[in-house]
Design a protein around this ligand. Structure first.
Ligand SMILES: Cc1cc2nc3c(=O)[nH]c(=O)nc-3n(C[C@H](O)[C@H](O)[C@H](O)COP(=O)(O)OP(=O)(O)OC[C@H]3O[C@@H](n4cnc5c(N)ncnc54)[C@H](O)[C@@H]3O)c2cc1C
Length: 329
């Protein structure tokens, strides 16, 4: 490793909290710091950044830079890059990790351009080998997984959500308030409105329960069975690629190697065979329940609970029973 100083995570504020991908990045960085030395720093840029700093310490940050300004109540690319750069100057890290989200990608590319640094995008693995950061990254639609090495110091990377565990490792993090003088050109753009296509529906990447449907669902119309069970459980909806390719649901719901990687507490797979490319996106779920009429389906090899049966019978029965229990409680 260079003489630079550990890893800096650029936090993504989300709904008054730190996004899961930020907590996952801090966890991974602090696991690496335990073997390679160097502190884990986090920069939080938000209107309420101070209030969010304790959570960074809870997941293993040694130092938290706080940039608190009302201007950061909404995402402003220039302002966030200015603030992240101030933290990079203060922390002097060997690696900067940003969220693999639309906002995180904006910040990462802005910082990499200003630093003249290498940008490692959409990483799904991060190791230190012979003192160098080595990342993995799926490409060509997920059919090839490449290993890349950071050749600049610092390097900048974006982390795919849900690929690293999120584990508490409480530290007494030092909180440092950073005062950043924003130039007028940094304030030229701001996000005016965020339109959430699925307002009221739990986001797939952040969900603790997911109900997913595959080709066994039979038709686009019958996917309503999956949605109804998800609503009763307060769960997000997921899908296999087979039914995305069929046009039954939008690609945003796809779980797997070429879709989203998820890591919920509970994943209920309905009519999904369990192909390796689907498993790649959900195998780290804490508990997997599979409903499939084929007892030989591959998904039963890694499911925690299996129900061999017709989903047209099992799923509505589950939905009805959950409704009944909710009404009774
Ligand atoms: C490069 C590459 C990337 C890929 N990326 C992804 C990805 O990101 N995500 C992904 O999901 N796939 C991906 N795939 C596709 C993957 O290989 C499988 O083809 C796909 O996951 C199959 O989807 P499925 O399980 O819904 O369909 P099928 O394999 O057709 O399985 C349907 C299952 O439903 C069961 N079934 C049928 N009727 C019922 C019923 N009434 N009740 C209960 N069970 C029933 C069947 O027994 C069967 O097991 C990728 C493939 C490649 C080559």
């Amino acid at each position: 490793m260079s003489d630079k100083n550990g890893i800096l995570v650029v936090a993504e504020p989300k709904d008054g909290k730190l996004a899961n991908v930020t907590l996952e990045s801090i966890t991974r960085a602090s696991a690496l710091a335990a073997t390679a030395g160097g502190p884990v720093s986090v920069v939080i840029i938000a209107a309420d950044a101070g209030a969010l700093s304790a959570n960074a310490g809870r997941y293993g940050a040694d130092r938290v830079y706080v940039v608190e300004t009302p201007e950061a109540a909404v995402f402003r690319p220039g302002l966030f890059v200015d603030a992240a750069m101030a933290a990079i100057r203060a922390a002097d890290p060997a690696l900067v990790l940003c969220a693999g989200s639309p906002d995180g990608r904006d910040v990462a590319s802005g910082c990499a351009a200003r630093l003249g640094a290498g940008l490692l995008v959409d990483i799904t693995g991060l190791e230190i080998q012979d003192g160098r950061f080595v990342v993995t990254h799926p490409c060509f639609g997920g059919s090839v997984i490449v290993e890349k090495e950071a050749t600049t110091s610092p390097a900048v990377a974006t982390v795919r959500p849900n690929v690293f565990a999120r584990e508490e490792a409480p530290r007494d993090a030092e909180v440092v308030a950073l005062s950043v003088g924003f130039s007028p050109s940094s304030l030229l753009t701001k996000v005016l409105e965020v339109v959430c296509e699925n307002a009221g529906i739990v986001s797939l990447e952040e969900a603790s329960v997911i109900v997913a449907g595959g080709r066994g669902v039979g038709s686009a119309e019958n996917f309503a069975l999956i949605r109804e069970l998800a609503v009763e459980l307060g769960a997000a909806v997921g899908a296999s690629r087979a039914i995305v390719d069929e046009g039954w649901v939008h690609h945003q719901y796809q779980v797997g190697q070429t879709g989203k990687t998820v890591s919920p507490q509970l994943y209920i797979a309905c009519g999904i065979s369990g192909a390796i490319q689907h498993a790649a996106g959900m195998q780290t779920a804490k508990c997997i329940v599979a409903i499939n009429r084929d007892p030989e389906a591959a998904i039963f090899n890694f499911a925690d609970f299996g129900i061999v049966g017709d989903l047209n019978v099992v799923v509505p029965a589950l939905t009805t029973e959950i409704r009944r229990r909710k009404a009774a409680s």
